[in-house]
Design a protein around this ligand. Structure first.
Ligand SMILES: C[S@@+](CC[C@H](N)C(=O)[O-])C[C@H]1O[C@@H](n2cnc3c(N)ncnc32)[C@H](O)[C@@H]1O
Length: 267
């Protein structure tokens, strides 16, 4: 089996090992910063209405730092499986939020405990999306909202594959992006999140959060997101590949769209 098909964590047991290495830096840099800013702007109305906020798969707290600052929010809770991520989140978000180590498939909360559940780039790592979405909805009170991102996080890689051409791209993928999901190998339906939201009884809406990136931002993103996962003996090769990519004319400013899926529970 190709490494891409096996190496991305889809089970809870290897999530911590995978994300533990990214805990200090995940979400840093202009690419993530611009994306996050766009998402926060796009969901500003829902943030303004939120009182009890739950961030599932909160990672190292990049969004938590924004939620604790929001005027109307009374409590902010972050859940993650990776201990190192939670340590880092504590450092970033401070004492203003509650942080809990748990699997998003089994949340340690009473029914209807929150009015806003936020899931940024976590559903792509769970084995059973329908079950996890149902668990989010269990924690959501009537009139509450669930917002998920992350359905198409490979847009930059797709763009790089076009620029590099199939042959070079195979090599880049093997060395730099070997632990990324392979879209072609993903047999699950494209709109699987929407389907899971609808099945859980939510009224579903889609929204896009547009943001721009430059090659410098993408270069930085590769170093932050992918280099820590490249084995030490492959780093030199990866560096020279990043150098090659830079020469291939990724000079323009690119507009990306972070897709948001918004589900409302009947009030
Ligand atoms: C790609 S990161 C996103 C972090 C954060 N939501 C953000 O957007 O900055 C995914 C996070 O989900 C967490 N995660 C993945 N599967 C999980 C699970 N089953 N239960 C809890 N957390 C999980 C990982 O530990 C990681 O911190």
């Amino acid at each position: 089996m190709a490494p891409d098909e096996t190496s991305r964590p889809r089970t809870a047991s290897n999530v911590a090992e995978y994300f533990g290495r990214l805990a200090g830096t995940y979400g840093d840099g202009a690419y993530y910063g611009n994306r996050r800013k766009a998402v926060i702007e796009a969901i500003a109305p829902e943030i303004a209405d939120a009182r009890e906020m739950l961030d599932v798969g909160c990672g190292n707290g990049a969004y938590l730092t924004k939620f604790v600052e929001a005027a109307g929010i009374r409590t902010v809770t972050g859940v993650d499986l990776t201990f190192e991520m939670l340590i880092s989140a504590r450092g970033r978000a401070g004492a203003k939020c509650r942080l809990i180590r748990a699997d998003v498939a089994r949340l340690p909360f009473k029914d209807a405990a929150f009015d806003f559940v936020f899931a940024s780039h976590v559903l792509q790592f769970v084995a059973d999306v329908e079950r996890v979405v149902a668990e989010f909805v269990r924690c959501l009170r009537a009139g509450g909202v669930l917002i998920a991102t992350g359905q198409r996080d490979d847009s930059v890689r797709q763009m790089l594959s076009v620029i590099a051409g199939p042959e070079r791209w195979r090599e880049y993928r093997e060395v730099i992006f070997r632990r990324a999901a392979r879209r072609e190998a993903d047999a699950r339906p494209k709109d699987r999140y929407q389907q899971a939201f609808a099945k859980a009884g939510l009224r579903v809406e889609e929204r896009a959060a547009p943001f721009t990136v430059t090659w410098a931002d993408i270069d930085e993103w590769i170093r932050i997101r992918w280099m820590p996962l490249v084995p030490a003996d492959e780093r030199e090769r990866a560096e020279s590949m990043i150098g090659e990519l830079a020469k291939m004319g990724v000079a323009q400013v690119l507009t990306q769209h972070e897709p948001l899926i918004i589900g409302r529970r009947a009030g």
